[in-house]
Design a protein around this ligand. Structure first.
Ligand SMILES: NC(=O)c1ccc[n+]([C@@H]2O[C@H](COP(=O)([O-])OP(=O)(O)OC[C@H]3O[C@@H](n4cnc5c(N)ncnc54)[C@H](O)[C@@H]3O)[C@@H](O)[C@H]2O)c1
Length: 341
């Protein structure tokens, strides 16, 4: 059993803790959180030790890996601290807020050689995985364009409102749009040029964004929209339209079936989805209840640890690249210029 030390027991911390429990490979045996209430809840629910900081949790010397679910502006210092102790690290996305911070994180894990993966969950989400397999099969001809969407009510759960504070989260581009920009780069290769418009929220960060990408290595063009600030009752949703030469593929989390392939010739069909047998999230205040993708990413990371393999579904270099694309999109949204990368 891999003994996990979880840093940050908020929305994602709750999701990750349930997934560790469900894999049977790993168990959260310690939680570090600055809030006494969260520590108390973790102690009761997870029957684990609790600490006020990651440093104290590391110093206790009981854990085999660190799972970082803290606000993004803390990722760098936590990854560097865990790497210095030689602990394998799973860290929530985005990797960090700047490329310089990402470089320092990569340098620190390279120095000690610890396994390190940023939890870019879309690469583990069944529908996106199936879309990637379909594209790789080449069955439906050339990929022509992709259009992604991710819409959310405001992140009312966030600790001290950090998610809408641009200095702490960098706003919707890095926090939410990153999922789609990374998915597009994963499916079509990274774009060479991007253009975006954004809508600023009350604290001055970009809370809603629409972006275009082109000169993807596959030749495809892409569009994506995301908002972290729709009305409170608006249901969270994500969608992806993939237009190929011989078929159109549509994923929409709000529809059933969620994924359908519509060929230009012949009937439409519903691909089989490799859905893990795991229940819905319980006791989180966040905008997503499906555990499937999170379960898959955690199972994958802990399996890599057990088998002594280096995680490669999402590498640190690809996580840095996702941040680079996001920063280019954010720059375009604030300057109104096309950004060539
Ligand atoms: N993959 C996804 O779908 C997804 C969804 C939401 C958030 N996230 C990411 O997960 C991370 C956490 O987001 P969240 O929504 O869970 O935030 P949250 O505000 O719900 O939780 C953050 C937790 O960290 C704790 N914390 C704050 N400072 C700390 C410190 N110094 N040491 C230890 N704990 C500390 C807070 O008390 C809180 O419990 C962010 O990087 C975010 O971008 C990913």
């Amino acid at each position: 059993m891999i003994k996990v030390g979880l840093a940050g027991y908020g929305f994602m911390g709750h999701m990750h803790a349930q997934c560790h429990e469900a894999t049977g490979d790993s168990k959260v045996i310690a939680v570090a959180d600055v809030e006494a209430e969260r520590r108390c809840e973790a102690g009761e629910k997870l029957r684990c030790r609790t600490y006020m900081s990651l440093e104290e949790m590391l110093a206790a010397g009981e854990i085999d890996m660190v799972d970082i679910c803290s606000p993004t502006y803390l990722h760098e210092e936590m990854v560097v601290a865990a790497a210095a102790e030689g602990k394998p690290i799973l860290c929530e996305k985005p990797m960090s807020l700047t490329l310089e911070a990402c470089d320092r994180m990569i340098e620190s894990v390279d120095k000690t050689g610890v396994p390190f993966m940023v939890a870019q969950v879309i690469r583990f989400w069944p529908e996106y995985q199936v879309i990637r397999e379909i594209l790789q099969s080449g069955r439906w001809g050339r990929l022509e364009w992709l259009s992604a969407r991710r819409l959310s009510p405001p992140p009312s759960w966030a600790w001290k409102g950090w998610l809408l504070d641009p200095a702490k989260s960098s706003g919707a581009v890095l926090d939410l749009h990153l999922h789609d920009l990374d998915a597009i780069a994963w499916l079509a290769g990274p774009p060479k040029s991007v253009q975006a418009v954004g809508v600023a929220g009350p604290q001055g960060g970009i809370d809603s964004v629409v972006s275009l990408g082109w000169d993807h290595p596959s030749g495809a063009k892409s569009a994506a929209e995301g908002s972290l600030c729709l009305s409170p009752g608006f249901p969270f949703s994500m969608a992806l339209l993939v237009a190929c030469e011989k078929a159109t593929i549509r994923f929409d989390s709000g529809l059933s079936p969620s994924l359908v392939v519509y060929p230009f010739e012949g009937p439409s069909h519903i691909p089989d989805l490799p859905l893990p047998k795991v229940g819905a999230a319980a006791g989180t205040a966040g905008n997503i209840s499906s555990l499937g993708g999170y379960y898959n990413e955690i199972k994958y990371f802990t399996t890599c640890l057990r088998e002594g393999r280096r995680p490669d579904v999402v590498t640190p270099a690809e996580s840095r690249e996702a941040v680079r694309i996001c920063l280019a999109v954010a720059r375009s949204a604030s300057t109104g210029q096309v950004v060539t990368m």
